[in-house]
Each structure stands twice: as structure tokens, then as C-alpha cells.
Design a protein around this ligand. Structure first.
Ligand SMILES: [Zn+2]
Length: 258
């Protein structure tokens, strides 16, 4: 399949026999062509987690597992852990996978219907398709408005500005999509209704529907995925850094008390 895609113009480096491809291109292709990938497998787990939270009362324990960015360096690995993730500031570990922090959520609330006016505003983004983007393009709003292409953080920021204009208290949320066996990081918009902050995300359920991962009835765009989305901070951040630099991380997750 890759050789067909190269013939069709897929950007690559090197020769056809040992070609290198862009990670975002491979991720987008796996989603839009319905190929097996770790990303797609994680998304299938979100649907099971959504069913669990809709039944009510779930709690999760999420570990922050990291690995060394520069294997072979002198001395111990030193990781700085974000205060939002359990409050441990510094941890040391071996170079293989190391768990540096752990958090347990409170009892999570069930998803809830969004106010009709908020759904109408969110529907203005119904023609945006989700694409994984390289870092320099992640906040390029012209891409969203001109090409109707967006990633989670870009779309959330655009949605927040429309919500604020319409008079809704709105904020950015960065945190977890809670699921077993692994949670994922995500960015979304939230609105305040009756002293509660509700996640609003028109992009993700539509993308999951277009990729054949979820049926509209399982995750309607009129629903706030409260309890599935768990806010930790107000901006995209690394939960752990290795000697000041981003490091590979995973988020093993279990149902608390199970
Ligand atoms: Zn290290």
C-alpha cells in the first residue's frame, strides 16, 4: 500500500526501498483508511469507557509512565513531573519504563446534554475534519477557516472565542480521556453552566463517526462527554520532562477499587 501511496505523491525521504515517512501522515492515513494502529485501538477503548461512565459512578487510577530520552547518559534519569499530575515535583528512575506519578480521580459525573444554544454554536464547526498536524501548524487558525482542517487544540480555541462572543463563560481544558488499559491526552473547550464546567467537543465525535469507530447514538455531538474527559490544566503541557525536555510517556489506567 505504501508504494501505491508514494506513487500517488505521499511525501517521503530516502529511496523507495527504505523510505521514511512523516509520523503525522502515517497517523492520518491509519485513521482515514481504517488501518490497525495503536491510536485506533486506543479510540476503540474510549467507546467502552464512555459506556461505563454513562452507567455512572466510575473512578480511575492513572499512572504516569515515562522512559529515558537519552539512553546511555551519565548519572540517574531525573524527571520533572507536572504538579497537576499528583503533585510530585521530581522523581528519579532507571532508564527503562518508570512510573513517576499516579493519580486517582474522584467519582466521575455522567455525560449530560449540552444547552441547545451551545450545540448550535458547536455545529458551526461541523464541516471541520480532524487531522494530526505538525507543531508549527497546530495553532494556525487560517488552516481551520480556509481549509476546514483542525486538530483538537486549534478547534477548541476557535470554539472558545465564539462561545465567549455569545456570552458563555468558556475556558480551555487539557487533560485525559480516561479509559482502560491506557488513557490519552486531549485538549477541548469547556463552558460553565450552573457552576459546573462542561466539556464541549464537536470535532472528536464526528471524526470518530467518520472513521467508523463510533455510532452517532453512542456519542452524539449534543452530549458533553463529562466524566470521560478529565481536565488537569488550562493549557497543553508535558506531564513529565526528562532533564528539562519532553520524554516519551504512557498513561496505564485501571478502574479504582476494581
Ligand atoms: Zn535518562
Amino acid at each position: 500500500m505504501l508504494s501505491e501511496l508514494v506513487d500517488a505523491g505521499l511525501p517521503h525521504a530516502g529511496t523507495a526501498d527504505d523510505a521514511l515517512f512523516d509520523d503525522n501522515d502515517l497517523g492520518n492515513m491509519s485513521l482515514y483508511l481504517g488501518l490497525k494502529s495503536s491510536r485506533r485501538m486506543a479510540m476503540l477503548c474510549w467507546i467502552r469507557a464512555l459506556r461505563r461512565i454513562r452507567q455512572g459512578g466510575a473512578r480511575y487510577t492513572v499512572s504516569l509512565r515515562v522512559s529515558c530520552t537519552y539512553p546511555g547518559h551519565v548519572g540517574l534519569c531525573v524527571y520533572q513531573v507536572h504538579p497537576a499530575f499528583g503533585g510530585i515535583r521530581t522523581a528519579t528512575g532507571t532508564r527503562a519504563d518508570t512510573t513517576v506519578a499516579e493519580l486517582t480521580t474522584p467519582d466521575l459525573p455522567c455525560p449530560v446534554d449540552l444547552p441547545r444554544q451551545v450545540v448550535q454554536i458547536a455545529n458551526r464547526f461541523s464541516d471541520v475534519s480532524f487531522h494530526l498536524l505538525p507543531r508549527p501548524l497546530k495553532d494556525d487558525l487560517s488552516l481551520l477557516h480556509r481549509e476546514k482542517i483542525g486538530e483538537c487544540s486549534m478547534t477548541a480555541k476557535a470554539l472558545i472565542s465564539v462561545l465567549l462572543e455569545a456570552g458563555f463563560p468558556a475556558r480551555l481544558a487539557f487533560g485525559l480521556i480516561l479509559a482502560t488499559p491506557f488513557s490519552s491526552t486531549h485538549t477541548w473547550a469547556e463552558i460553565q453552566v450552573d457552576d459546573q464546567w462542561l466539556p464541549v467537543d464537536p470535532l472528536l465525535p464526528r471524526a470518530l463517526q467518520s472513521w467508523g469507530i463510533v455510532r452517532p447514538a453512542d456519542w452524539p455531538v449534543t452530549m458533553s462527554p463529562r466524566g470521560l474527559f478529565y481536565r488537569l490544566t488550562g493549557e497543553q503541557t508535558d506531564f513529565a520532562r526528562h532533564a528539562g525536555y519532553a520524554c516519551r510517556q504512557s498513561l496505564p489506567t485501571t478502574v479504582a477499587g476494581a
